[in-house]
Structures are given as structure tokens and as C-alpha cells.
Ligand binder design. Structure first.
Ligand code: ZN
Length: 247
């Protein structure tokens, strides 16, 4: 059920029966020495694609780049500014609306994307676009949060978390051959937010945010991914149940 593998004839046929599409979004940002640059888009993509497969729902190609300006002091991070990102989300949504998609659901893997995506939705409504626009961050789903709490407790933290690193270990095991495994301190800090790139590196010097990514395993990754897919299926059912308000 991947848009990238379909023809327009197949999309026309899909739209005769369904008006929903999932769009995975993430970030290209550092995830400490322990995690991958692609962590946020790889996890969102895996959750969205598996859900799409199980529910016969179309999944658009992943938007890997997101709003990661606070990680820019770490080499390799690529970020869109908030205003650019808002416009990218807006124009993806308008393109899909143009073809008759009415339930456009962004499946998200990165906290920094949430505010700009919601602002894009507000702007679309301000411009009188009709339809259902949602962002679902897989790691914020209640079932996922409680599972992760059971497995990692306080060591989950907020960035380069053992849960997201576990999923990428499950998806891209090979890439971890060159990553460290040694334990470090998990320091709790009391800091204001948002931060610019320099403030970020000063407070979180190795790129982790109160997390213990060395606890990640591919086995946990498989379990967490499955829970995320199950929880997302419920959310999609909720979205499918809404009656559209036509003008
Ligand atoms: Zn992440």
C-alpha cells in the first residue's frame, strides 16, 4: 500500500473506496553517539507502513527532514526552519486534498515537528480547506508510553531514547556494529525550552536528553513497534469514523 509503488490508475481506484492517507514524517538529526541520524523518520515510517499494510491504507513517501534547529551544533543534522516546514506540510496536504484525499494523517517520529505541523493545519483551516488533518506521534500513544515505562522506566528520557533506538536496532541492525555500547550517567536537568543550538549542546553535551540508549535491543524494538502499530490502528479507526462536514 505504498504510494511510491502505485500508478495513478491505482490511486484513482483506491480513492473510489477510501479517502485516507498516512504520511510518515521525521527528522535528520543526531541521536547521540548511540543512535542513527535517521531514527525519527525510520521509526515513523515503519509504524506507518506496517499499519497501512494491515488496514489496506495508502502510505505516502516519508518526509525525512523536519524541524531540528536545536540539534544543528551536532555534525550531520539537517533542519528545515519552522516557517519552511509549515509550508512543506501545508503544500503536501493541499496536493493530497486536490486529488480527493480527505483524511490526511501525518505519522510523526520527532517532537520538534509537532508545533509547526499543528500550525500548518490551523493555517489550512484559516484558508477554508475542508478535511480531517491529524498528526500522531507514535511514541505519545498511551499504550506505547505505558509499555516503554514498564521496560525502561526513568531511563527512557526525551531524546535518543532507548525505545526509538530499539526500533532502529530491529530495523537496521547492521548500522549498530560501529556504535558504542558503554553505559554513561543519566543526568536529570532542569532547563527551559526551546533552546538554540549552542544552548542545546551546552546542556546536553553528547546529544542525549536524560536517556540511556545503551539499553536498546532489537528484541525490545520488535515489541515496541508491534505495540505502536496496534495503538495506531485504533487511532486510524477513530479517524475513519468521523463524518466529513461538507460545505
Ligand atoms: Zn528521535
Amino acid at each position: 500500500m505504498l504510494l511510491e509503488e502505485m500508478s495513478y490508475v491505482e490511486v484513482e481506484a483506491y480513492l473510489e473506496g477510501k479517502d485516507i492517507i498516512l504520511v510518515p514524517i521525521g527528522s535528520v538529526e543526531q541521536h547521540s553517539p548511540y543512535g542513527l541520524f535517521g531514527t525519527d523518520f525510520l521509526t515513523a515510517e515503519a509504524v506507518a507502513r506496517e499499519t497501512g499494510k494491515r488496514m489496506y491504507i495508502l502510505v505516502a513517501p516519508t518526509l525525512p527532514y523536519g524541524m531540528s534547529q536545536h540539534h544543528m551544533a551536532f555534525k550531520g543534522t539537517v533542519s528545515l526552519s519552522p516557517l519552511t516546514f509549515i509550508n512543506v506540510i501545508k503544500e503536501i496536504t493541499i496536493s493530497l486534498l486536490n486529488h480527493g484525499f480527505k483524511r490526511i494523517v501525518f505519522i510523526n517520529g520527532h517532537g520538534g515537528n509537532i508545533n509547526p505541523v499543528k500550525t500548518a493545519f490551523d493555517q489550512l483551516k484559516c484558508e477554508n480547506y475542508s478535511g480531517i488533518f491529524e498528526i500522531i506521534s507514535w511514541y505519545q500513544l498511551e499504550e506505547v508510553k505505558s509499555l516503554v515505562e514498564d521496560i525502561f522506566g526513568e531511563n527512557e528520557g526525551h531524546h535518543a531514547t532507548p525505545s526509538e533506538v530499539s526500533i532502529t536496532k530491529y530495523l537496521r541492525q547492521q548500522a549498530f556494529k560501529t556504535k558504542p555500547t558503554a553505559k554513561k550517567q543519566v543526568e536529570k536537568v532542569d532547563v527551559y525550552w526551546p533552546l538554540n543550538r549552542y544552548e542545546m549542546k551546552k546542556v546536553f553535551s553528547d546529544g542525549r536528553m536524560e536517556s540511556a540508549p545503551w539499553l536498546a535491543t532489537k528484541e525490545y524494538g520488535k515489541i515496541i513497534l508491534e505495540e505502536a502499530v496496534r495503538a495506531l490502528e485504533k487511532e486510524i479507526k477513530r479517524i475513519l469514523n468521523y463524518k466529513l462536514l461538507e460545505e
